[in-house]
Design a protein around this ligand. Sequence first.
Ligand SMILES: NC(=O)C1=CN([C@@H]2O[C@H](COP(=O)(O)OP(=O)(O)OC[C@H]3O[C@@H](n4cnc5c(N)ncnc54)[C@H](O)[C@@H]3O)[C@@H](O)[C@H]2O)C=CC1
Ligand SMILES: O=C(CO)COP(=O)(O)O
Length: 333
Amino acid sequence: MDIAVIGAGSWGTTLANLLAKKKHKVTLWIYERDLAARIVTSRENDLYLPGFPLSPQLRFTADLEEAVRGRQLILLVPPSQVMRQVVSGISGWIGEETLLVSASKGIENDSLQTMAEVIGECLGSKNRKRLTFLSGPSFAREVAAEMPTAVVAASSDGQAAATTQEVFSTPYFRVYTNDDVMGVELGGALKNVIALAAGVSDGLGFGYNTRAALITRGLAEMNRMGLALGANPATFAGLAGMGDLVLTCTGDLSRNRTVGMELGRGRTLAEILAGMKMVAEGVKTTLSAYQLACRLGVDMPITEQMYRILYENKDPRQAVTDLMLRGLKAEAA
Ligand SMILES: NC(=O)C1=CN([C@@H]2O[C@H](COP(=O)(O)OP(=O)(O)OC[C@H]3O[C@@H](n4cnc5c(N)ncnc54)[C@H](O)[C@@H]3O)[C@@H](O)[C@H]2O)C=CC1
Ligand SMILES: O=C(CO)COP(=O)(O)O
């Protein structure tokens, strides 16, 4: 297949390389022109995926039109807050039959829209049915190292999901189909908020009990948001829900959990972000998720405390105390 990958961060580069190794014809669009110039000769993404030689099949460009025009499949992997800008920029060059796959995880600020809603709005009626969302527990560096990984491809169109499954599956990357786009997207976006909280807990020096409580009660509030937005509760028990939540709340490779740990150790958000070139999607998604929960009247206490730590400079220790001292209730309530 003739494929464009939009976004050469760690995930875009990893997926582009996976597809190229499968002998697809892949063009990777790179936002940073200096990185684009280096990668052509070094064949390594020294900024976002150092240490992994890239397939000789992989082609690179810093020109968006060159990247997307005439492609059969376009994989979108920018940070979610720039998805609108990216898709608006390319929509005129996308063919009627082109399959679009998004692998970004987040909820847009201000509009409070999921990536499906943002991309759908940018495309109008065009390609709407041919949209798939790839999500699940998948640290880029582990996929790049060909460690066995399982993810889901979600689409309201069964054929689009099946084609995506076929295109991306390898012996080390197993793709399941799913028809619950809202559930899969919410799982991928909201787990980052809970991962920040799990990091805060670790940074404060709390242990496995606290982490297990955050994961389990975090899943409960993700489920409540899902119910309010029409997601299938079963999705939250799957790879894009529980699977990614456990990975991100426990894995040392998680950027979101790392940001949380630093907050728990007493550093400010501004200091932490100033030292990071990669994106920790949970920071901005916390704001969107908190506002969405308020708008929909969904009880999301961990998300709320994470919002207060990030956006109101609340002391993390006080946030934990406030979570623990809320009114006592039944587990299923
Ligand atoms: N890294 C991972 O293990 C995984 C990441 N994801 C998701 O993939 C998406 C992309 O994340 P990563 O590849 O990790 O990124 P990254 O954190 O490795 O790199 C940042 C990316 O943002 C791009 N960027 C920055 N400003 C931009 C702009 N104004 N316009 C266009 N691009 C811009 C950079 O070029 C770079 O590609 C995120 O939504 C993330 O949650 C999903 C699964 C795994
Ligand atoms: O989404 C991910 C793994 O599935 C990556 O998580 P982080 O963005 O926290 O590194």
